[in-house]
Design a binder for this molecule. Structure first.
Ligand code: FAD
Ligand code: NAP
Length: 537
C-alpha cells in the first residue's frame, strides 16, 4: 500500500504495460518527460500476459507483428515461427522492456480506479486500488481494446464442483486437462485456437457453439534462418509500405479483382490459392468481400465447402457451416486443425443457439435440452471490447463530467485519440481509430508517435493543454459511422458493434478505411498545427 497522503507529480501517467504502454514510456523518456506506468498484471505484455490458454498465438505474422521504432529490436530478436505462440510474444514484450531499461518507471499489480481532471490546476488526479495518487499533466490510456474478459451470466457457477477458466485470464501455471471431461463455451478466435489442443488432452471434449465462425488454416511453421535474415534487411521498408496501405475497399491500388468479375472456376482457383497461403490473407482474395454481399457469399461458400470436405459427420459439418453473418464481419479466425478436431471420437459439438445453456450445475451444465457432467469448463466468451477498460475506470473531464455519461450512447472521440471535454487525456488505439482492424503494432506505434509529437509541439510553444474540439469530434464520429455503413460490418452481431455485451450501445467502433488513409489524415492534422484540437496554455 502506498502512503495515502503522498501525491506524486509527474508529466505523464500511462495506464497499461502492453505493447502500447511499453512504447509510450520509451517515447516519453526520449522527450525527457517524467512518466510512470501503472499495470494491473504482475508483468508487461498485456494481451500476451493474460491470454495464456493452450494454442494462443498471433494471427498477424510474427515478422510483421513487432515494433519498428528502434531497428535494433528486430535485428536482435529472432522469431521462431510464422505465427508466434503466447510464451514467445510475452518474452518479446519483456525483452523490449529490459532492452531499454523501462521497468524502473513501471508499477505492477496495481489497477487505476479513477482519473479526474482538475479544472483549477489543469492536471489529472489519478488514483489506484493500492492507494497511490498521481498528479499528472497528461494521462495516457494504454489499456487495450481486448483486455476486459467477459463471462456469461449463467446462474450456478459458484456451485460448480469442477474447475472453470476464462481464456483471457488463464492460470500462469497452465492447466492439465489429461483424462478430464471438458466443456468449451465459445467459438471465436480464442475457442478455435484452444479447442484442438484441449482435445488432445481431454478424455471427452464438448464444444458449446452459439454462432459458428469462419476459420482459415494458419499453415503455421518454423521460420528458416534465411527468411529471418531477409526480413531483417527488408523490414523497415516493408513496414513503411504497410503503414500507408490502403485496402481495395477504400479505393486503394489493389490488384485484387472483384469476386463476380471472374468466372466460377477462376474464382475458386483464387480462393484456393489464398486458402493455401492461409490466415487473414484470405480476405484479400477479392477487393469487394467486405462491401458486397454477393461477393461475400462466394467467399463464405468456399469456406463452407471446405468444412464439409474436412468434417466427416454431416450434421456436425452443417452446424459448423451455419454462419449467419457475412464472412469477415466478425474477425476471421486463424486455426490449426480446428475443423479436423471434430473427427475425433472424443469431441462433440452442441448447438446452444437451438438449446441455450440454462444453468451451470454442481456437476456440469444444463441446456434447454440436456444435462451434461464435466470436470472443467473453459469460457472462451470474449471481451468487453474497445470501451470496456476505459469505462471500468471513473474518468472525469472538465466540470466533473464522466466518460461513462459522455459515452452512454456509444463512444465518441476525435481520431480515436481524444474525447472533447477531457483535456490532455489520450486513448491509444481508442474507438474511432483503425486499431483492431489493423496489425495492432502499426496502429500502436502511430498513435504513440502522434501523441509524443503533439506533446513536443506543445512544449516548444510553451502550451500546456490539448483538447479535441466538440465540432471536430462530431465530424469525425459522423465520418466513422458513414464509412462503417458502406461496409457489411454492421450486419454482424460482433464485438466490433458492441453486440456481444447486453445493453451495450450498438455502434461500429473501429475506423474502417484502413491505416494508410487514417495516417495521412493524422499527418495532415498535425502539419496544420493540430487542426480540430484546441491548444492553450
Ligand atoms: P493490451 O495488450 O491489452 O494491454 C493493456 C494493459 O492495460 C493490460 O495489461 C491491462 O492489464 C492493463 N490495464 C487495463 N486497465 C487497467 C487499469 N485500470 N489499471 C491498470 N492496468 C490496466 N492483434 C494483432 O494485431 N495481431 C494479433 O495476432 C492479435 N492477436 C490477439 C490475440 C488475443 C488472444 C487477443 C486477446 C488479442 C489479440 N490482438 C492481436 C489484439 C491485441 O490486443 C493487440 O495486438 C495488442 O497486444 C494490444 O496491446 P495494448 O498494449 O494496446 O493492449
Ligand atoms: P469472441 O470473438 O467475442 O468470441 C466469443 C465466443 O463466445 C463467441 O462464439 C460467442 O458466441 C460465444 N459466447 C459469448 N457469450 C456467450 C454466452 N453467453 N453463451 C454462449 N456463447 C457465448 O472472443 P474471443 O474468441 O476471445 O476473441 C476476441 C478477439 O480477440 C478476436 O476477435 C481477435 O481480435 C482477438 N483474438 C485473436 C486471436 C488470434 O488468433 N491471434 C486469438 C484470440 C483472440 P456469439 O458469436 O454467438 O456471441
Amino acid at each position: 500500500m502506498a502512503d495515502q497522503d503522498a501525491t506524486r507529480d509527474i508529466d505523464a501517467l500511462i495506464v497499461g504495460a502492453g505493447f502500447a504502454g511499453i512504447y509510450m514510456l520509451y517515447r516519453m523518456r526520449e522527450l525527457g518527460m517524467t512518466a510512470h506506468v501503472v499495470e494491473a498484471g504482475s508483468d508487461v505484455g498485456g494481451t500476451w500476459y493474460w491470454n495464456r490458454y493452450p494454442g494462443a498465438r498471433c494471427d498477424i505474422e510474427s515478422l510483421a507483428y513487432q515494433y519498428s521504432f528502434a531497428d535494433e529490436i528486430q535485428r536482435e530478436w529472432n522469431w521462431s515461427e510464422r505465427y508466434a505462440a503466447q510464451p514467445e510474444l510475452l518474452r518479446y514484450a519483456q525483452f523490449v522492456t529490459d532492452r531499454f531499461g523501462l521497468r524502473s518507471d513501471m508499477q505492477f499489480n496495481t489497477r487505476v480506479t479513477s482519473a479526474h481532471y482538475q479544472d483549477d490546476t489543469g492536471r489529472w488526479d489519478v488514483q489506484t486500488d493500492q492507494g497511490d495518487r498521481f498528479s499528472a499533466r497528461y494521462c495516457i490510456m494504454a489499456t487495450g481494446c481486448l483486455s476486459v474478459p467477459r463471462m456469461p451470466s449463467y446462474p450456478g457457477l459458484e456451485d460448480f464442483e469442477g474447475d472453470w477458466y476464462h481464456t483471457g485470464e488463464w492460470p500462469h501455471e497452465g492447466v492439465d486437462f489429461t483424462g478430464l471431461r471438458v466443456a468449451v463455451v465459445g467459438t471465436g478466435s480464442s475457442g478455435i485456437q484452444s479447442i484442438p489442443l484441449i482435445a488432445e488432452q481431454a478424455a471427452l471434449l464438448t464444444v458449446f457453439q452459439r454462432t459458428p465462425n469462419f476459420a482459415i488454416p494458419a499453415h503455421n511453421r518454423e521460420l528458416t534462418q534465411d527468411e529471418r535474415d531477409r526480413n531483417k534487411d527488408a523490414f523497415q521498408r516493408l513496414r513503411r509500405e504497410a503503414e500507408y496501405f490502403i485496402p481495395a475497399r477504400s479505393g486503394g491500388p489493389s490488384a485484387a479483382p472483384r469476386a463476380l468479375e471472374v468466372d466460377d472456376g477462376a474464382r475458386d482457383e483464387r480462393y484456393q490459392a489464398f486458402w493455401d497461403m492461409g490466415g487473414l490473407m484470405y480476405m484479400g482474395a477479392f477487393g469487394d468481400i467486405l462491401v458486397d454481399q454477393a461477393a461475400n457469399d462466394t467467399a463464405a461458400e468456399f469456406v463452407r465447402r471446405k468444412i464439409f470436405s474436412i468434417v466427416q459427420d454431416p450434421e456436425t459439418a452443417a452446424l459448423l457451416a451455419a454462419q449467419d453473418f457475412p464472412l469477415g464481419t466478425k474477425r476471421l479466425c486463424v486455426d490449426t486443425g480446428y475443423y479436423d478436431t471434430f473427427n475425433r471420437p472424443t469431441v462433440s459439438l452442441v448447438n446452444i443457439r437451438e438449446h441455450p445453456i440454462e444453468t451451470i450445475t454442481p456437476a456440469g451444465l444444463r441446456t434447454a435440452a440436456e444435462e451434461y457432467e464435466f470436470d472443467a469448463i473453459v469460457f472462451a466468451t470474449g471481451f468487453d471490447a474497445m470501451t470496456g477498460a476505459l469505462l471500468a475506470m471513473d474518468i472525469r473531464g472538465r466540470e466533473g463530467v464522466s466518460l461513462r455519461d459522455e459515452w452512454r450512447d456509444g463512444p465518441r472521440s476525435y481520431l480515436g485519440l481524444q474525447v472533447a471535454g477531457f483535456p490532455n487525456l489520450f486513448t491509444i488505439t481508442g474507438p474511432g481509430s483503425p486499431s483492431v482492424l489493423s496489425n495492432m503494432l502499426i496502429s500502436i506505434e502511430q498513435h504513440v508517435d502522434f501523441i509524443s509529437d503533439c506533446l513536443e509541439y506543445l512544449r516548444e510553444r510553451d502550451l500546456g493543454t490539448v483538447e479535441a474540439t466538440p465540432e471536430a469530434q462530431g465530424r469525425w464520429v459522423e465520418h466513422c459511422r458513414d464509412l462503417g455503413e458502406r461496409t457489411l460490418y454492421p450486419q454482424a452481431k460482433s464485438w466490433y458493434m458492441g453486440a456481444n455485451i447486453e445493453g451495450k450501445p450498438r455502434v461500429f467502433m473501429p475506423y474502417v478505411a484502413g491505416v494508410g488513409i487514417y495516417r495521412k489524415k493524422c499527418d495532415a492534422i498535425a502539419t496544420a498545427g493540430y487542426e480540430g484540437f484546441a491548444l492553450s496554455r
